[in-house]
Design a protein around this ligand. Structure first.
Ligand code: ADP
Ligand code: MG
Length: 650
């Protein structure tokens, strides 16, 4: 499975007169002269010729033994990149092999392997030749499956990639469009599907509390909501309600664009767990977001008598202890806090449901939920994400999740109007803020993340805060960044929420989840530095009430090409799915899913976008194999993942 990066064609000889600059070619020629010359440095120049012409070979580093080898009249097969030199065609450091004209030509293209430094190609080729000869690459896939999916035999495919015949199209091989690649990609995707299916089955064997009885808490919650659920919310709630009623742990991702109303669904699920006598945990990635959830769900659930505990880093040790105790003895019914806190120090009496908001580093969520099962039961797990997962990704990496999608925004929302403005026109932006605040609305001003240094980032945000305070002396302006003590953060946020502040200058700490419907203007400074998903999230902070909202993307010129592209996408598109698709194209699945951080195994051969159709085929094949040939399915997974058992059992 160590496959070539590219190939060299030593299956044919090109007459010197027909060499084309820029091509890699092989010639067969005899030495007519070999001289060491000085051009600032020693250089070996060898002139060779065949029946059609002469070629100059140049070596900048060489041993004296090499000079001896280049005896006049000696014949060589010479392979190298042809360059147009001053005195006609030349090659620099070609590969040379002494020969006579009866030596057979190579019968396959020569593979060039990725190799760590110090491992020569010839060494690798020899070992791989031996492996190809000795290892039995038997085909575990049944013949009818190979036929149906138009797949080569595995042995043929592997051999073809290592030792392609002379007539093979080396560009198709390199570009991975050769049919032999199909087989490997299919096998890889099939293994992925089977492994995820196995994880799903392992989950089905676990027991979870069946949260079935609809009691008074969820119905009271619904009755006192200031709105009715949208059709999409009702549909996803039906799906979740059905899952919760089962005695196997739910493992569901609730996806909905920013502002689509996921929180109320989470609250309903929590209410269901509680009315069935279990506890629910609601976790968010940041303290600001956790706090906001706490407020919101407390506003909804506390009046109906639900006991809610708040677990934050800034609680006094005594208060924290009290919250933990209430959780451990079962008095607390709903526990809200950050992922970290809840993971770290909480024992639940009867955890029935874990809800993880804005979580797209999936692995983490599973670990929390698995660890904290109550009385031998695994809790149900509901993950909320505003980052839409494109279909192919959902089908592959996340195939062990069920997915519900809220594909409709609450009524009365008006799409946010997006504007691109150069930083040189800052004054216009200030006027806009003045006008909006005069009309009774509020604004966010977001300063960019500076990855290299949080200190610089905070300094920059503080500076912006000061300059805006100067430019808008009559307005009430607040500052929010990651280095503030959390009590201060909470306080600033609360003042903004209660309209005691007109403008909130913030770093990306407000990126996720913050919900202040009266804020209708989002200014993003240095928008060119943000990623697509971030820009979309930030823009989603406005347009939450009935008023027309605006998002001003301020950019600094000159723009790099990728930055220009990102701004173009965000300017032209408000559909979260389309933005996610573009983001995936630009960044690749590893970055997109945060998979590198979570250690999720990535695909080596297949490309989810290019090979989307193959993903579907592999999925169908997995279903078929598991029903008809579970043994084969097991062997196949074993072959692909033998070295990474962890993934199988996760
Ligand atoms: P997100 O999906 O981004 O987490 P939220 O749950 O924060 O969205 O909801 C965004 C806003 O929409 C909130 O103010 C919420 O109360 C409101 N909302 C949710 N559902 C509805 C609905 N069906 N009708 C009207 N407003 C709703
Ligand atoms: Mg949210």
């Amino acid at each position: 499975m160590h496959l070539p990066l590219r190939y060299e064609d030593e299956t044919r000889i090109t007459p010197i007169a027909e060499l084309i600059a820029g091509n890699e070619s092989q010639v067969e020629a005899e030495v007519i002269s070999a001289d060491v010359v000085f051009r600032g440095k020693r250089q070996l120049r060898v002139t060779v010729r065949d029946e059609t012409g002469q070629l100059m070979l140049r070596f900048l580093n060489f041993y004296s033994s090499q000079i001896k080898q280049m005896a006049v009249g000696r014949r060589f097969r010479i392979f190298g990149l042809v360059r147009g030199g001053l005195a006609g065609a030349e090659m620099i450091h070609p590969r040379m092999r002494a020969c006579d004209s009866t030596d057979p030509l190579s019968r396959s293209l020569t593979p060039v392997y990725p190799s760590p430094e110090g491992v020569p190609q010839t060494w690798l080729r020899k070992r791989i030749d031996r492996a190809l000869r000795d290892v039995d690459i038997d085909d575990v896939l049944p013949a009818n499956m190979r036929e149906r999916h138009r797949l080569d035999r595995l042995k043929d495919a592997v051999e073809r990639l290592h030792r392609p015949p002379p007539d093979a199209d080396s560009l198709a091989l390199q570009g991975r469009t050769d049919p032999a690649w199909r087989r490997l990609m299919f096998d890889e995707l099939l293994a992925q599907q089977l492994a995820l299916r196995a994880a799903r089955e392992a989950r089905a064997d676990r027991h979870a509390p069946a949260l079935a009885a609809a009691g008074s808490i969820s119905s009271k919650l619904r009755a006192q909501l200031p709105f009715t659920l949208t059709g999409a919310q009702q549909r996803v709630w039906d799906e979740i309600e059905r899952d919760l009623a089962r005695a196997q742990p739910m493992h569901r991702l609730l996806q909905g664009d920013v502002g689509s109303g996921k929180t109320v669904i989470a609250a309903l699920a929590a209410a269901r767990a509680i009315e069935c006598g279990y506890q629910a945990a609601l976790m968010a990635p940041t303290e600001i977001l956790a706090e906001q959830h706490f407020r919101k769900v407390a506003e909804w659930l506390a009046p109906i008598g639900v006991r809610i505990e708040w677990l934050a880093g800034r609680l006094t040790p005594a208060a924290k202890r009290a919250a933990q105790d209430a959780t451990a003895c079962g008095q607390a019914q709903l526990i809200v806090g950050t992922h970290a806190l809840i993971q770290e120090a909480v024992a639940f009496a009867r955890l029935g449901l874990a809800i993880v908001d804005e979580q797209h580093r999936f692995g983490v969520a599973q670990r929390v939920a698995l660890r904290s099962g109550a009385d031998g039961h695994a809790p149900h797990l509901l993950m909320l994400s505003a980052t839409p997962i494109p279909r192919t990704l959902a089908m592959s990496y996340l195939a062990d999740l069920d997915v519900s999608v809220i594909d409709e925004l609450p009524p009365g929302r008006r799409p946010v109007v997006t504007k691109l403005i150069s930083t040189r026109r800052r004054e216009e932006v200030m006027q806009r803020i003045r006008a909006d605040v005069a009309a009774g609305r509020q604004a966010y001003w977001v300063c960019p993340l500076i990855e290299s240094s949080e200190v610089i980032e905070v300094a920059a945000a503080t500076e912006t805060f000061e300059s805006i305070t100067q430019m808008l002396p009559d307005l009430r302006i607040g500052l929010l960044h990651g280095q503030l003590p959390s009590t201060m953060k909470a306080d600033v946020m609360q003042r903004f929420q209660q309209r005691e502040l007109d403008v909130l200058v913030a770093t990306t700490v407000i990126e996720v989840g913050v919900d202040v419907p009266n804020a209708t203007l989002m200014v993003i400074e240095h928008a060119e530095r943000f990623g697509l998903a971030q820009l979309h999230q930030l823009r989603g902070r406005v347009g939450r009430g009935g008023d027309q909202s605006f998002c001003i993307l301020m950019f600094e010129e000159p723009l790099s090409e990728p930055a220009r592209e990102r701004l173009k996408v965000i300017y032209e598109t408000s559909d979260g799915f389309e933005i996610a698709r573009q983001d995936l194209t630009m960044r690749g699945p590893g970055e997109f899913l945060g998979a590198r951080q979570s250690g999720m195994p990535l695909l080596r051969f297949a490309d989810l976008q290019r090979d989307a159709q193959l993903v579907e085929q592999a999925r169908d094949a997995a279903t078929e194999l598991l029903v008809e040939n579970p043994d084969i399915a097991r062997q196949h997974v074993q072959r692909w993942y033998a070295a990474s058992n962890e993934f199988l059992t996760a």
